[in-house]
Design a protein around this ligand. Sequence first.
Ligand code: NAI
Ligand code: 15L
Length: 266
Amino acid sequence: MIPKYERLLLTGAAGMLGQVLRPAMRTWATHLRVSDIEPLGPAVGNEECVTCDLADEGAVRVLMDGVDGVVHMGGISVDKPWRTIVGPNIEGVYNLYESARIQGTKRIVFASSNHAIGFRKRTERIDADDPVRPDSLYGVSKVFGEAMSRFYFDRYGIESVCLRIGSSLPEPKDRRMLVTYLSFDDLITLVQRSLFAEKADHTIVFGASANRDSWWDNSKAANLGWTPKDNTEPFRAKKEAEPPVDSTKPEHIHQGGVYVTFGPYE
Ligand code: NAI
Ligand code: 15L
């Protein structure tokens, strides 16, 4: 196991998942640097708070100073027009990886998304080596991040774990999320294993709890040694009591759900 980090960076710390991860991550490093473009509140314990726009190359260079590990949650987290996505999710990812190269950062945990493969049908079961099928401009930006992390591992040896997170929120909102749900506790252990597994190289892992049904095979991420503990059975009866959906509609045929219907924007 990699020893405790000297300085971990959490981007997107003001967001939903950033707020979940922030307290846990304080114990994983001597210093925890938390960052967002939005207000972060006061620094707690070993924290350093840095407000930063990921699209600002110079600011990201400073943000990454002295950082040996990153959990990259920051960016646009839903589908939007391309001009909104391109700064945080495209330029921002380049700025982060290029700063990591200059800085000598060892490992990055990149919040990818199920929307990198969202045009896969729900009848398919896929693993991390199956070709991507982004379902939206947002999904395309996550595929870009996965490719950037692959390149920086092959060329410069910076390890990355790309988390294709399903649906991580307080509880599943609909029937699809009975399959895609990732509990907050399972998210925390997934990020912890991604940071501390002996060897990460370049790993893609699907982030879902131990739900009864799954579209994703995580056997190629066995190196992480991650075992989710929660599942969606406590929510099943309530979700299945809701009115039936039209299963012939694209949003119910595909894994990405309603994202397959977004756009065009221009
Ligand atoms: P969120 O939208 O609550 O948090 C994202 C954070 O990034 C926000 O606090 C926002 O201010 C920050 N941000 C946006 N643009 C920025 C910029 N230019 N510079 C610096 N910070 C910026 O999203 P959430 O749910 O916390 O997701 C975290 C990450 O996980 C995102 O990258 C998202 O795409 C990914 N993800 C989340 C899933 C979920 O179910 N919650 C599912 C799949 C992926
Ligand atoms: C995501 O990538 C989004 O960040 C989140 O808001 C959810 O929509 C999630 O995917 C999902 O697919 O449920």
